[in-house]
Design a protein around this ligand. Structure first.
Ligand SMILES: Nc1ncnc2c1ncn2[C@@H]1O[C@H](COP(=O)(O)OP(=O)(O)OP(=O)(O)O)[C@@H](O)[C@H]1O
Ligand SMILES: [Mg+2]
Length: 234
């Protein structure tokens, strides 16, 4: 579904991502793990066209998308849950969810999808009219994921959904991510929390200083001594 070839991203003279290649098959959940500053967010932003890659190719469903406008990607089925969530603080939960469906006009289906998000995250339903800016970090993360689902994506890009959250909240959110994947969603999961990410994914890529240095089945990466030493605190 997604095939990234020799992608590079630069900020001025600094190369944050260097010749990165990876792929995500339909229905797969793939983890992209790495330390602070490894280039994970820059990679996702380039995929979602929030920044322009210096070079490289991004093919999605057989089509080159590296020059498409970002809003076109949403209607093509790519949704990004950005690092830091990016909810609209002065809008309610329901309004935030509807913003996720801005490219759609099938009103009855939008209503049904709102209910589906509420069934995944009952906490959001209880607080439907609350302003997003007053939600806890975990609730904002739920909302950011819910909003992304409202565009009916085929490919979900998640940037550090566990960031800054208590373990119990992380667990709850990852259960939902896993459930969404089990329903057939294709997911690219960026995480610093390597253990968590690899436990829910089929395959993984390790990113270091802007390059992919290791790739394998998630189970094998979890057992890999290098990964254990560098990312699992052993
Ligand atoms: N807007 C920017 N301008 C200049 N440099 C940037 C910019 N955004 C990121 N960088 C640099 O690019 C490199 C990769 O950053 P990036 O945010 O992609 O890393 P990351 O893997 O997502 O890290 P983290 O786990 O901390 O989120 C870093 O050295 C960072 O300082
Ligand atoms: Mg990041």
């Amino acid at each position: 579904m997604l095939e990234v070839t020799k992608l590079s991203v630069a900020y001025g003279g600094i190369q944050a991502v260097r010749n990165v290649s990876f792929r995500v098959e339909q229905g797969e959940m793939v983890a992209l793990i790495g330390a602070n500053g490894a280039g994970k967010t820059s990679t996702l932003k380039a995929l979602a066209r929030l920044l322009t890659a210096a070079s490289g190719s991004v093919r999605y469903c057989g089509q080159e998308i590296s020059a498409l406008e970002p809003h076109r990607l949403v209607s093509q089925g790519i949704a990004l849950v950005p690092e830091g969530r990016g909810v609209f603080p002065r809008m309610s939960i329901v309004e935030n969810l509807l913003m996720g469906a801005y490219s759609r006009f099938d009103k009855p289906a939008i209503v049904a999808d709102t209910e589906h998000v509420f069934s995944l995250f009952p906490r959001l339903k209880e607080r439907a009219q609350q302003l997003a800016g007053t939600l806890s970090g975990g609730e904002q993360q739920m909302l950011a994921i819910g909003r992304a689902l409202m565009s009916r994506p085929k490919l979900l890009l998640l940037d550090e959904p566990s960031m800054g959250l208590a373990p119990l909240m992380v667990q709850r959110i990852f259960e939902v991510i896993r459930k969404v994947a089990d329903e057939g969603m294709t997911v690219l999961l960026v995480e610093q929390n390597a253990k968590l990410a690899l436990e829910v994914s089929q395959r993984g890529y390790v990113m270091e200083s802007g390059e992919i240095t290791l790739t394998d089945e998630a189970e094998k990466l979890l057992a890999n001594p290098k990964v254990r030493a560098a990312y699992l605190g052993e």
